[in-house]
Design a protein around this ligand. Structure first.
Ligand SMILES: Cc1ncc(COP(=O)(O)O)c(C=O)c1O
Length: 428
């Protein structure tokens, strides 16, 4: 159980003081439920732990994890910066009147339209991915006679132990320019000389759902030593951005890192190297996504089928699946859940929870213990606040679920449920 989740006297799960039975009654299922208190407390912990007496520190929320107009407003309330990676994410931030100077624009394949949009709306920092993108950006800035801040994404070649699909810093990664190539330094010199692009520093992101604290400490060390090489050449580096990737608990076997310790240690390593070589770094940044919102989210489903196969396998069938949570099918992510209206009953059944899509891989929970269920029961799947709604699809023409936020006994709609009409809105 995470955040404000509690079991009431009737054995019903409550989140933010609202029972899942009430949420199902009011909004229907499948339903993403976000616990506001969890997000606020986690953000405060991250900000408090990522502090330095030497550097200014920024925490930028990686909005790809979960982005809605309402979430942008929470990010602003929490005084965080916002990472965006597409025109659509920029547009969402604009719709929320998010202060664009606190937005950072990422991506390895930004279009000319997206770069134009970023420059036009005064995005605070562009995280430049490569040579060609820098050239495009410089031309756009010159044409518009507008300057912009930029950080170069580099690849420090750190082999973080996580699923292959979410490793981002192996030598053959598509992201950033390698610190082991002389051309990268040449690019840095070019950005540093630019009249239109103000060079601020360097960025790395080594992967996602990483449990080994040493990967993050190694990254801090390697990146600061790379800054030393640049400073020795006379290139000033104001900002070092270390990305996100802090691993969290989803299910048995996950051993999340001590985030507080990890952040403090990262800062301490950089402070030491900065002081030893007088590097003049001014600002440190991180970009947590999953660690801020994953455990704030619970998805509610209705059980609408039960089956035991010839081989004895027990299935619970739900009214959602891979369209609202692609992670198990995409990278074998494991989830944990409960029957939200039977929390006081023993979890005695070994069950696989299957979604409604025409794919055998549409399984949300595999061979886990759950309470005996009946049709109409509410299955609650935990840890679905990150990379669920943001990765949702309309496969099999299934409408995306609604999103609600709960806090202190109240619930409010964040995103309306899609209708069948929404599904054909753009068909001509
Ligand atoms: C550049 C960058 N920063 C931050 C993140 C957030 O990572 P996480 O959600 O694991 O914290 C990602 C995710 O892939 C990313 O690509």
């Amino acid at each position: 159980m995470f955040g404000t989740q509690e079991i009431n006297g009737d054995g019903i799960l409550e989140i933010g003081g609202v029972s899942v039975k009430k949420l199902k009654g009011e909004y229907g299922t499948p339903l993403y439920v976000m616990d506001k208190n969890y997000i606020v407390e986690k953000a405060e912990l991250i900000k408090k732990s990522f502090k330095s007496k030497v550097f200014k520190t920024d925490v930028a929320y990686a909005s790809k994890a979960f982005l809605t107009v309402g979430m942008c407003k929470i990010v602003e309330e929490l005084d965080l910066c916002l990472d965006v990676v597409s025109g659509g994410e920029i547009y969402t931030a604009l719709k929320a009147h998010f202060p664009m100077e606190k937005a950072h624009f990422h991506g390895n394949s930004k279009s000319i339209e997206e770069l134009n949009m970023a420059v036009e709306y005064g995005i605070g920092t562009i995280i430049v991915d490569n040579h060609l993108e820098f050239k495009l950006l410089e031309d756009i800035c010159e044409k518009k006679q507008k300057k912009i801040n930029a950080i170069l994404r580099v690849n420090p070649g750190i082999d973080a132990h996580t699923h292959e699909y979410i490793q981002t810093s192996k030598f053959d990664s598509k992201f950033g320019e390698s610190i082991f190539m002389e051309e990268t330094k040449e690019l840095i010199r070019r950005i540093n000389r630019s009249e239109w692009v103000k060079f601020e520093g360097i960025h790395a992101h080594i992967g996602s759902q990483i449990f080994d604290i040493n990967s993050f400490l190694k990254e801090a060390e390697v990146m600061t030593n790379y800054i030393k090489e640049l400073v020795e050449e006379g290139i000033g580096i104001e900002t070092l951005n270390l990305g996100g990737g802090y691993g969290i608990y989803y299910s048995e076997g996950d051993e999340p890192i001590d985030l507080e310790l990890c952040l403090k240690e990262q800062v301490s390593i950089i402070e030491k190297i900065n002081e030893k070589y007088n590097l003049g770094i001014k600002k440190l940044q991180i970009e947590p996504g999953r660690s801020l919102v994953a455990n704030a989210g619970t998805t509610l489903y209705t059980i609408q089928g039960l089956k035991t196969t010839y081989s004895g396998k027990n299935y619970y069938f739900i009214d959602g699946g891979m369209t609202d949570n692609i992670r198990p099918a995409l990278y074998q992510a494991a989830y944990n859940g409960t029957i939200g209206n039977r929390c006081l009953e023993e979890k005695e059944n070994s069950v696989t929870v299957a979604g409604k899509c025409c794919e055998s891989g549409d399984l949300i929970i595999k061979d886990a213990k759950l309470q005996k269920a009946e049709l109409g029961d509410i299955l609650c799947v935990f840890g679905t606040g990150a990379y669920n709604y943001s990765m949702a699809s309309n496969y099999n023409k299934i409408p995306r679920p609604a999103v609600v936020i709960v806090e202190n006994g109240e619930s409010a709609l964040m995103v309306r449920r899609e209708s069948y009409e929404d599904l054909v809105r753009n068909d001509v």
